[in-house]
Design a protein around this ligand. Structure first.
Ligand SMILES: Nc1nc2c(ncn2[C@@H]2O[C@H](COP(=O)(O)OP(=O)(O)OP(=O)(O)O)[C@@H](O)[C@H]2O)c(=O)[nH]1
Length: 364
């Protein structure tokens, strides 16, 4: 699939919510050439060092691929720091599969997302999704953060932050902007606690975003990074699922209460010749996301009368699409059709898509 735009994944969440732990896992297990932009302040250099030491890439590439922005809050220094750093990374975009931005929990997600729409970079990237880490243990005890005192101190003592936003409001913004919410420290939660946290997250944020438990940053990387490579990526995922199931069975022998800290992800693909209406397509996916807990969709649609296929990238409720040429050897329908891969938590996505497309064709 020749998606030339580079996927940019924003990882946000408060101090200690598990962002760096997740990133280390993605860098090690993601099997992608990733660059990371880390926003550090307070703990200068700490996260960057942790990432640099995780064996991600050859030593001579580390400094180019892990970019630390230490001059303050990312959303307050978009023009001076963030955009030049992104432009520099994009100069070598043909050597990368994606960029991850780890924001400080005090940064507001929206200005950052708007910055990705800046003319100098907007045609070179797309927002692959906003992933918000929530400290499940803290939230189950009634607070979005475990160490409220030190966060408040950081906020009032750091002159580089232009905005003073109460923690609850920042938390709400992080959740509203999220396409996927990961509840960290799920290893420390009972099933009942997790349900409480999930409900709380849905109540405060975007109720269509999926909420997944995560322990020590471990998650199938495609759920976060997308199905980046060609479609045979899904077979790797199937294999992982099998391993995961085996581990799960093994875990069950030991501990019946902790099966909520990992999830089974279903992957499948659909290739079909069918008339496609762009608006119907978008509506259909947005409807199916909460129904089938769809985590990701990636693929192409050929629409009658359009010279180029429509590239589709979805993470939870975020629907990205643009017209762009496909690989020469990519499958192509005679007239119009769809070719997608997807990840979900519930079975039946394929049948639901086929039904919806057939119904919309009949109605027309
Ligand atoms: N038990 C448990 N500990 C976790 C989990 N995720 C992260 N931790 C621990 O929590 C601490 C903070 O995790 P980080 O990944 O550094 O959190 P962060 O969001 O990057 O924090 P800052 O960089 O300070 O903003 C570390 O000691 C992690 O080992 C988890 O799922 N379970």
């Amino acid at each position: 699939m020749s998606a030339n735009r580079l996927p940019v994944t924003v990882v946000t969440g408060f101090l200690g919510s598990g962002k760096t732990t997740l990133l280390r896992h993605l860098l090690r297990e993601g099997n992608q050439r990733l660059a990371v932009v880390v926003n550090e302040f307070g703990t200068v250099g700490l996260d960057g060092d942790l990432l640099k030491n995780c064996g991600l890439c050859p030593d001579d590439e580390v400094d180019e691929r892990i970019v630390e922005l230490n001059n303050g809050c990312l959303c307050c220094t978009v023009q001076e720091d963030f955009l030049p750093a992104m432009e520099a990374l994009l100069l070598r975009s043909n050597q990368l599969d994606g960029i991850i931005i780890e924001t400080s929990g005090l940064a507001l997600p929206k200005p950052l997302l708007q910055a990705l729409n800046w003319p100098a970079i907007r045609n070179k990237v797309f927002i692959n999704g906003v992933v918000t880490l929530v400290d499940g243990y803290a939230l189950s005890n009634g607070s979005p953060v475990s160490d409220l005192k030190s966060i408040n101190e950081q906020m009032t003592n750091d002159n580089s932050i232009d905005h003073i936003t109460p923690i609850d409001e920042l938390f709400r913004d992080q959740l509203i902007s999220a396409d996927l919410v990961l509840v960290s420290r799920s290893d420390l939660l009972s099933a009942k606690d997790f349900l409480f946290v999930e409900e709380e997250v849905k109540k405060r944020g975007n109720s269509n975003a999926n909420v997944l438990p995560i322990s020590n940053g471990i998650i199938e990387p495609s759920v976060i990074l997308g199905l980046c490579k060609e479609q045979n990526n899904i077979y790797r995922l199937d294999q992982n699922n099998q391993n995961q199931n085996q581990n799960q069975n093994h875990d069950h022998d030991h501990d019946h209460d902790h099966d909520h800290d990992h999830v089974d992800v279903i992957s499948d693909h659909l290739r079909m010749e069918t008339p496609i209406d762009q608006d119907v397509l978008r509506e259909m996916f947005l409807r199916l996301v909460p129904e089938y807990q769809i985590l990701r969709v990636k693929g192409k649609c050929w629409i009658e009368g359009k010279a180029l296929p429509l590239q589709i990238q979805m993470v939870g409720p975020r629907f990205n699409s643009w017209f762009e040429a496909a690989n020469e050897n990519a499958w192509q329908p005679r007239q119009s059709g769809i070719d997608i891969v997807f990840l979900s938590l519930r079975e039946g996505v394929k049948e639901a898509v086929v039904n919806s497309l057939c119904i919309s064709t009949r109605i027309k």
